[in-house]
Ligand binder design. Sequence first.
Ligand code: AP5
Length: 210
Amino acid sequence: MKIIFLGAPGAGKGTQAEKIAELLSIPTISTGAIIRSAIKNGTEMGKAAIAYTESGKLVPDEVVIGIIKERLSEDDCKNGFILDGFPRTVPQAEALDNLGVAIDKVVDIDVDDSVIVERMSGRRLCEKCGASYHLKYIPSKDNKTCDKCGGNLIMRPDDKEEVVLDRLKVYHAQTEPLKDFYSKKGILRSVDGRGDIAAITASIIEVLRS
Ligand code: AP5
């Protein structure tokens, strides 16, 4: 299956993508994670992207379209994939169409802005392996180090409240129109992204079957 996860920053796209990808044995492709890794490794793309991500703006379309084009050509994408965080603008969605990628389902994870701000303030990432935690909802054993590799847990620079509020504005202006784009194609499915993580996974499985 070729699936897109749509939703506001912090809606739970990454959390759910990881679970569904494991169930379906397909890779999850997060443009955000690819960009963060490029920033960490100091690549040319990373250097160009940092000012955008840290201020909550979108990285230019041509950069992310290039990332996706390259990633989708890899062998592990042959049997399907989950796109987490791409497309985020109508031109990105059109570029995906132009690449000849036939998406089966677009899952919109719906969460109110007020819930998002609380979620982001508690999110912590392992600086070594990138595993994602939440101080309250998905805590590591000591809330300081990663249970998987022992790396330090850090806050993403773009999870500061003022940046989150800007990211939400960008989401509503530039990404939300994609709901209409995919609704017209008849492949948009919405799930309530509030509450228990396992219950949300179950709702996603249900809409993927519909
Ligand atoms: P990206 O990394 O994609 O960030 P995002 O879309 O803003 O999404 P997040 O990763 O913040 O949230 P999520 O929905 O995955 O939530 P998560 O599961 O982690 O992008 C970062 C930046 O890169 C962008 O701002 C942009 O600059 C750039 N970029 C990336 N893609 C781009 C593109 N296509 N075009 C242009 N620029 C691009 O959950 C959040 C927290 O909540 C976690 O702590 C989690 O543990 C917790 N949580 C999850 N579900 C629940 C639940 N049900 N209950 C309680 N807590 C929960």
